[in-house]
Design a protein around this ligand. Structure first.
Ligand code: NAD
Ligand code: IPM
Ligand code: MN
Length: 325
């Protein structure tokens, strides 16, 4: 890849703390000398309130047309008939692999979450007395997420396949398919029921390295993992497909702290680093990640981490740390 210079990045700031943390991520990218064209795209609840539509077809086309997307967070409109816009983007762009790294001083593991099927199939019947959601697991979907997980695990220690095949027959296919991929790729693996995984993540998170799982389990285990490393505000993610990519912190729009200037920007900044890596700028990605770690070690912490800093101060500390390196 020729570097990020000629690239176009769609920037979806979104709702709540989304614009606050995206402003930080963009300031850090500037500080790292990242060059790309920014294409702002307004999507989410604020847009819905203004126009009655959370995302227009042209917005989706604009997202598809850019090289990748930097995404803050959006609130879902309070309308049961409204499909989550983020889920629609993941499906339309076929962003099947949700990569969620979790790092702290003594922890380092990655959740690889299948991002397009499972209980997020969108196949739902909503009734007054009974509602149903169809959980769809396919061999193709399981195979391609297992391949991505093995790509990561092969350079690390091992793979843990997380499932609930004792209760859900659909997970027998997921487990069997992931196992076959791990065996073919020569990746050391174990499997674990999701309830036991949730427990082990709290009592012994060091036992994990790369975890691969289905959509909803991955969503829930991600927030749990974020709690284990210290805060949702620290955690980043990549949503990858064959033709598109979207980078976002794993947290939501956090309406309880929106507008207060205290949101932790680290998850969004780390997502920007993941984006630079994907855009073929690994040095900039490493620079940003190293500066984040240095800033945190120097005490640049927002209240979710027990600190007193504001979003702006943490952002400035990260930018200053990049200048030192
Ligand atoms: P949330 O992740 O927004 O917040 C959960 C808790 O974590 C809150 O107490 C919040 O203050 C705290 N938190 C989150 N990010 C933080 C940060 N950067 N710094 C400090 N504290 C942080 O989850 P929620 O409250 O359940 O959801 C709020 C809205 O966000 C909902 O509408 C939900 O659908 C949406 N959501 C969107 C995304 C996304 O767009 N990617 C992801 C998750 C939730
Ligand atoms: C996430 C979010 C989304 C999900 C919501 C907003 C639909 O929680 O990205 O983790 O469930 O995938
Ligand atoms: Mn989530």
């Amino acid at each position: 890849m020729s570097g990020a210079g000629s690239k176009k990045v769609a920037v979806v700031a979104g709702d709540g703390i989304g614009p606050e943390v995206i402003e930080s991520a963009l300031a850090v990218l500037d500080g790292a000398g990242a060059k790309f064209e920014r294409v702002p795209v307004e999507i989410g609840l604020a847009r819905w309130k203004r126009t009655g539509l959370a995302m227009a077809e042209e917005d989706l086309a604009a997202l598809k047309e850019c090289d990748c997307i930097l995404f803050g967070a959006i609130s879902t409109p309070p309308d049961p008939n409204y499909e989550s816009v983020l889920l629609r983007i993941r499906k339309e762009l076929d962003l099947y692999a949700n990569i969620r790294p979790f790092q702290s001083q003594d922890l380092d593991f990655i959740i690889v979450r299948e991002n397009t099927e499972g209980l997020y199939s969108g196949l739902e019947e909503v009734g007054v007395e009974e509602s149903r959601t169809l959980r769809v697991i396919t061999r193709r979907g399981s195979q391609r997420i297992a391949e991505i997980a093995c790509d990561l695990a092969i350079a690390r220690r091992k793979l843990t396949i997380i499932h609930k095949s004792n209760a859900l027959k659909s997970d027998c296919l997921f487990l069997e398919t992931c196992r076959a991929v791990a065996v073919r790729r020569g990746v050391p693996y174990e499997d674990m029921l999701v309830d036991a995984a949730a427990y082990n993540l709290v009592i012994n998170p060091k036992r994990f390295d790369v975890l691969v799982t289905t959509n909803l389990f991955g969503d829930i285990l991600s927030d749990e993992a974020a709690g284990v490393i210290g805060s949702l505000g620290l955690c980043s993610s990549a949503n990858l497909g064959s033709d598109h990519a979207l980078f976002e912190p794993i947290h939501g729009s956090a309406p309880d702290i929106a507008g207060k200037g205290i949101a932790n920007p680290v998850g969004a900044i780390r997502s920007a680093a993941m984006m630079m890596q994907w855009l073929g700028e690994p040095k900039k990605a490493r620079l940003i990640e190293a500066a984040v770690q240095k800033a945190l070690a120097c005490g640049a912490k927002t209240p979710d981490l027990g600190g007193k800093c504001r979003t702006r101060e943490v952002t400035e500390a990260v930018v200053d740390c990049m200048e030192i390196f």
